[in-house]
Each structure stands twice: as structure tokens, then as C-alpha cells.
Unconditional design. Sequence first.
Length: 274
Amino acid sequence: MMAHSAGYASEADRPAGHGNEVDNDMSEEDVLACAFSAWFDNFAGFTFKSEIIPLEEDFVKYLLADGIQVPRPNNADETQSNGSWGSGGDSEDSSSNGAADFHFEELEERIRAAIQRLNGSVLPKLNWSAPNDATWVHGSLQCHSPAEVFTLLKASDFVAHDLCHSFDHCRSERTRPDQFTLILRRWHTLYESNEFRCFVRNRQLIAISQRQTSGFFDHLQQQDELEAIKQVVSDFFQEHVRDRFKLERYSFDLYVDIPPKRRVWLVDFSPWGP
């Protein structure tokens, strides 16, 4: 059951459903069931503390607008730099081109309050995907302020995929859900070697893989360690996931604490597909 490679990737490698193939068996309902807000309440006791903030359409438009610009307060000094990253040109050129001027004071305040409740630093993501492809911006996904959250989301192709191509692999006429949400997860420094992806078919756990397939972890070559991981993961699945998650086939990601505790944490769900 323990494997050392995964058939496809999601949050840490690419957005769910990224690619050009179509899985005839994957439905829109499968994808929606794996959205964070769809499963979090049922598993809140087994995952990292998180907060969910519904997003207005104006913020979705901001994320899809060209360039990387942090919204300014309404009372900002108009002579100051707008702090934008784009294809070039100064702020005067941007204004003459009709660039949108975005303001999200209420959302910023909600993010600040959530960050404070989550011990001062968070990992942001949308319905499915975290901006893992944008770590070059700050050197990490760890955020301490709304500006850092906005910049990571704006810089991420994974996030753009959530916004525009949510149902690419489904027989669906829609390209996106009705509602997008911002998820802020309490920041934890995790060992990549302790992250695992699990595959479920017909409600049976059929495989466990190391999550980071580009790395080699010596302890995962030790049979005693593999057996211990298999046991705690299988027990967690049977006791907390199998009868609680509604899909028949899917994958889910876990983090297993280092010995001797070996506490298991649920990280995410992904639909069974390309």
C-alpha cells in the first residue's frame, strides 16, 4: 500500500484538475466536495485551525486584473507610488490606461483579525489551491498581513486556475463555482518528509504515497517506519475519514507528526482525476 510516487498532484504541486485531459467520470459535484469550505466543518477537529472568508466578485476581478498591485486605502496619498508590479511603465501611464483602482478595507480588516486569531501568521489559499507557485515573492507562503496575502494570490497561476478553470475536467457548462472563498490556515512549519497523499477508491484506502515526490527521505526506506506510518494512516482513515467524507473515490493529504507521538493531521482533499 505504501508507494513512493503519486499519480497526480494538487495543492503543493499544481491546482486540482490542471491539464488538458478530460476525465469522463469526474463530476462537478466531485470537485465541489473537495473545496475547503465543503469539508472543513466536518473535519475541524482533525485539521489545522483555519478561517474562511467569502469573497466578493470585485475581489475576484482584482485577482484577475493585470499586474500585481496591492489595494490602497481610500485616503491614500495619490502622489505615492501604487506599489504595483506589471509589464512596465509608471503609475501615470497606468492611470491613463484606465487601470482599476481597488479598495478592500473591510476585507483587509477581516484578514487582519483572522491573522491575529491564528497566532499572527497564516498560509492563504482559495477554494482548492494554495499559491505554491508564488513562493518566489516572499520566499515562503507564510503571511503576516493582508498585503502579503494579496500579493501571493495575485502572483499565482494556481489561484488563477481556481478562478477560471475549476471544472475543466468535468462534463460541466460552468468554468467556476458561484462563490469563491479565501482560506487562512494557521502557519505551521512542517517536515516535507512527513507529508503523505492517500488514494481512496470504492471507499477503500488503496495506496499511500510520500507527498513530495521530488525528494528522497532515508527514513522512508526503513520497513519498521513504513509499517508504523501505514498503521496510523489506515487507522485515521477508518476512524475519521471513510464514513465522514461523501465521495466514493478521491485523494487526501495528511501530515504525520514525528515519533513517538505520530499524531495525524488532515491537510486537504482532491478529486480523483488528472
